[in-house]
Design a protein. Structure first.
Lengths: 450, 452
């Protein structure tokens, strides 16, 4: 965690101070301490098994259930104390300041929820069958306040401590916001809080333990999902590299085009899911190159019409493969048309201007840029500044000007990691291509007549 | 050669035991019929007695229908309805709602559950995605067992006085219901997929355990909570289980996408002309069938599937495609280099380390070792090294055999050609192919030609 801005420190301070003041005010008379202790333990267990959502920044746990149970059973002050027990959650990672903030945030949210519960007519204590259904409305209010306070305070601190490079961009992108999905999950788990409180009167301390089972199962499923997601990305990346085994010089090309496309997408403020889709589009855009016979890719002289059309077909071939992958709808269009030109002289369909899908126009810029700034068998890598000049030169005819500008802006801010010049093994099984169809400076030369 | 080629098709057409509808799905049919009979009896009884506690019946029926509408697909081609199952179990285990003791019979439980399930299945049917009747029948049987056991006891005064006894009994019955579901589903899979029962049962329990635990706990929770909250318990409880279900849906979704993607990207070799069209898919299907025959567990079976789909990826780095993609025609050294290249690519996807290993060793000849002499070689799972390495892992041996078979036979459906290919593999068994694997291959291939 880097240095915090003054605003962030003031914010955190305010939250901590309010929490401490409200809790210290009491009243502590009539507080059922055995419930507080038990619920505190539940909260500590939940926190210790929290799920990491964003490294170093965000975790999620099912402790909201225990906190809402405490709202019903021990009132606002007790709930705040239970919330403060999160400080004892046995988890590596959080910075001291983060821990202090989290503790204060939970205590404050729980206190406010408790107040809301009382305000809407709820009664503190063990519910019995006479309490229902009258208790549902105050409980729902408490749940809403708890979740809103938690997410609100957290959004505030995330906003104030967001990394410097995201501060200038006006985008409200995936960087800062907490997803609606998390909000709904929290509300769902809040229902369990009522259940825990209600069951206490029926089966005593046993039921809340039973309640933890579905909560942990859900958490397990979320973790599994996250793992599978990572595995998926690693696999797609690896398989895309397989495509590149055809030519040592293009190793890593898909990965870099993918990164470049994501840079442009973020710069123009694309929504999170579309940024993901364009990332995969970048990774898979050249998969169709396999359909081009190696001898064509290796030819050093001019190409015949036949051979040129074989190369022209590779976006379509790529499409055939990628079409089978369910979630890549918009990416498909991007891959198919990534060699179109704004002036309509591209392939395969000769679309012009806005007819070309957005993804395709983004890919085109990133694709050409990486091609220029990488070493090829027929020329060395060109410096970034020169490549930018080329992009600008062809902006409006080959590339979409808006995306060229966005890319240049993103480059100035983040820089570009150049590819390393490849080391050719003595192995003669690997192939090397002689022409690069992505390079705008060296377009494929076609023999006009045979 | 003429012997086996001549015998197999004739054998099937003259076998009096195997009528068309009995070749497959006989287990499913039995199950559905059993559930149907039970159902009819229950409905008749309920109709005769009339519906007791109608408000409660309707509320639970609605919950079960809702759960059935929100059907979930789990990895490994499984269908389940967690909310519906939990609701039905809770209905079977209910003692009190608020202060009012409930008085309905086990037959009513079965009736309400069935009607709920059918109503819930209708929207899917309308959209063209009919439910698996066998799955519903399994759930119904489990619920029926619990209901018939518990409902007579629910009115018992001993149970009412000692709630500890009631809780223990209810918990035990829930666990039994979940185990029974696993057993019945495993039996169905044995029937459908020719898996071995013990393997199928272990796999089934491994997959169902997390969600099953949530379902069981939720069922108990509703049953307890209804005593305090009344019917409001149903509304309160549904939200968290919904969240759980959403999480599982996403998990299953990405597993499916993963497989889809590997299948799609493996076709890259075919587009480049490096292998014959459909080769990867065929080798993968054949390999998985052989693996099941040899009793490999599901997680390893999935690795085998991935390895089989991607086993030719190394060929992408070749200068020119091998004609027809038949690697059997290429020198041993080149074969090995191709395998290494492929394994290196796969290794990059860090999680697929074992898959890379399988692909790396796919060309290794099988050597006769002590393990082979004991005849146990075919049963040792690929990832467990036991003492000195007994040759290539099982999955590699399977891919080697399946690959060779497909190189010889391709997409041809001619049983004679298939038998000839198997015979050739058998002749090479001493050094090249694992005998147990080749025998399993032979059985799988014979079954296929029978079904034609």
């Amino acid at each position: 965690m880097g240095k915090l801005s003054r605003a962030a420190l003031i914010y955190i301070g305010a939250v901590v101070v309010s929490a401490v003041v409200l809790v210290a005010r009491g009243p502590f008379a009539g507080l059922r301490w055995q419930y507080v202790v038990f619920l505190g333990i539940l909260v500590i267990v939940s926190e210790s098994r929290a799920t990491q959502l964003r490294k170093g920044q965000l975790t999620w746990s099912s402790s909201s259930a225990a906190m809402l149970a405490s709202v019903v059973l021990v009132g606002p002050v007790g709930a705040a104390i239970v919330g403060a027990c999160t400080a004892l959650g046995l988890r590596r990672g959080p910075h001291l300041l983060q821990r202090v903030f989290n503790t204060a945030m939970y205590a404050l949210s729980a206190y406010l929820a408790g107040r809301a519960f009382l305000a809407f007519g709820g009664h503190v204590g063990l519910p019995d069958e006479k309490s229902f259904p009258a208790i549902i409305a105050p409980f729902a209010a408490a749940a809403l306040i708890l979740v809103a306070a938690n997410h609100g305070l957290l959004s505030g601190v995330l906003w104030l401590t967001r990394p410097r490079d995201q501060m200038s961009s006006g985008s409200s992108g995936a960087g800062v916001g907490l997803s609606a999905r998390l909000l709904l999950s929290d509300l769902g788990y809040a229902a369990y809080g009522l259940l825990m409180a209600a069951l206490w009167s029926v089966v005593g301390f046993f039921a809340p333990l039973l309640v933890l089972i579905p909560l942990f199962v859900a958490r397990w499923a979320v973790t599994q999902f996250a793992e599978q997601q990572k595995a998926y990305e690693a696999t797609v990346g690896a398989l895309c590299q397989a495509v590149e085994t055809k030519d040592f010089y293009t190793r890593g090309h898909s990965d870099r085009v993918s990164r470049g496309s994501v840079m442009i997408a973020r710069e123009i403020g694309m929504r999170g899911e579309r940024v993901e889709a364009i990332r995969y589009a970048g990774m898979l855009h050249d998969v169709g190159k396999l359909g081009v016979p190696t001898k064509v890719l290796q030819k050093t002289g001019k190409l015949t019409e036949e051979e040129y059309s074989a190369i022209q077909l590779h976006p379509m071939r790529g499409l055939d493969i990628v079409r089978e992958i369910g979630f890549l709808d918009e990416a498909l269009a991007g891959i198919m048309h990534h060699h179109e030109r704004i002036d309509g002289r591209g392939y395969p369909m000769g679309l012009a201007g806005d007819e070309i899908p957005e993804f395709a126009r983004v890919l085109a810029v990133a694709d050409a840029f990486d091609s220029m700034t990488s070493t090829r068998s027929y020329r060395g890598a060109r410096p970034v500044a020169e490549a930018i000049e080329e992009l600008r030169k062809w902006s409006g005819t080959q590339f979409d000007p808006a995306f060229v500008d966005a890319f240049v802006a993103a480059l100035k801010r983040e820089g570009w990691q150049l590819s390393e010049p490849p080391v050719i093994a003595a192995d003669d099984l690997a192939a090397v291509t002689a022409q690069d169809h992505d390079d705008p400076g060296a377009p494929l030369r076609v023999i006009d007549s045979l | 050669m003429t012997d086996s080629a001549g015998r197999t098709p004739a054998h099937s057409s003259r076998d009096p035991r195997r009528f068309p509808w009995q070749v497959r799905d006989s287990g499913q049919l039995l199950l559905v019929v059993a559930a149907g009979v039970w159902l009819v009896a229950a409905v008749a009884q309920t109709a005769a007695e009339g519906l007791r506690d109608p408000r409660i019946a309707i509320a639970f029926g609605a919950l079960i229908a809702f759960g059935e509408v929100l059907r979930l697909n789990l990895p490994g081609d499984r269908e389940t309805a967690p909310i519906g199952f939990a609701g039905a179990l809770a209905y079977a285990l209910l003692i009190k709602v608020g202060a009012h003791v409930v008085h309905y019979s086990a037959e009513q439980v079965v009736t309400v559950a069935t009607i709920g399930m059918i109503i819930g299945a209708l929207p899917h049917l309308a959209v063209g995605r009919p439910a698996r009747v066998s799955g519903m029948a399994v759930r119904l049987l489990c619920i029926a067992c619990v209901a018939y056991t518990f409902r007579p006891l629910a009115g018992n005064s001993a149970v009412e006085k000692h709630w500890g006894l009631a809780v223990t009994l209810m918990t035990a019955l829930t666990v039994i219901a979940l185990l029974l579901e696993a057993v019945l589903t495993a039996l169905l899979r044995v029937d459908e997929q020719r898996a071995r029962f013990r393997v199928a049962l272990v796999d089934e329990m491994r997959v169902q355990l997390p969600l099953g635990a949530a379902v069981g706990a939720s069922a108990l929770l509703i049953a307890f909570a209804a005593e305090v909250m009344g019917l409001a318990a149903l509304a309160v409880f549904t939200a968290p289980l919904l969240v759980t279900q959403v999480a599982f849906r996403r998990y299953a979704g990405i597993r499916a996408t993963y497989l889809q993607t590997v299948r799609a990207l493996a076709k890259v070799t075919e587009i480049g002309g490096y292998v014959e069209a459909g080769h990867s898919e065929r080798v993968s299907r054949l390999g998985v069938a052989i693996g099941r025959e040899l009793g490999i567990h599901e997680p390893q079976l999935l690795e085998l599937e991935y390895a089989a789909l991607m086993h030719d990826i190394g060929q992408l780095s070749l200068h020119d495609p091998i004609p027809g993609g038949a690697t059997v025609l290429v020198s041993r050294q080149d074969q090995q280099r191709i395998a290494e290249l492929g394994a290196d690519v796969i290794q990059q996807a860090q999680v697929l380390g074992s898959v890379a290993e399988i692909v790396r060793r796919q060309n290794e000849p099988y050597r006769d070792t002590d393990h082979a002499a004991n005849g146990r070689a075919g049963l040792v799972p690929s990832s467990k090294p036991s003492g000195p390495p007994p040759g290539p892992p099982l999955s590699s041996r399977i891919i080697k055999a399946a690959n060779a078979f497909d190189d010889l036979v391709g997409s041809s459906l001619d049983p004679g050609r298939a038998a000839a290919a198997v015979q050739r593999l058998r002749l090479d068994t001493a050094s090249e192919y694992d005998p147990a694997t080749v025998e399993a291959l032979s059985r799988v291939v014979n079954r296929r030609s029978v079904m034609l």
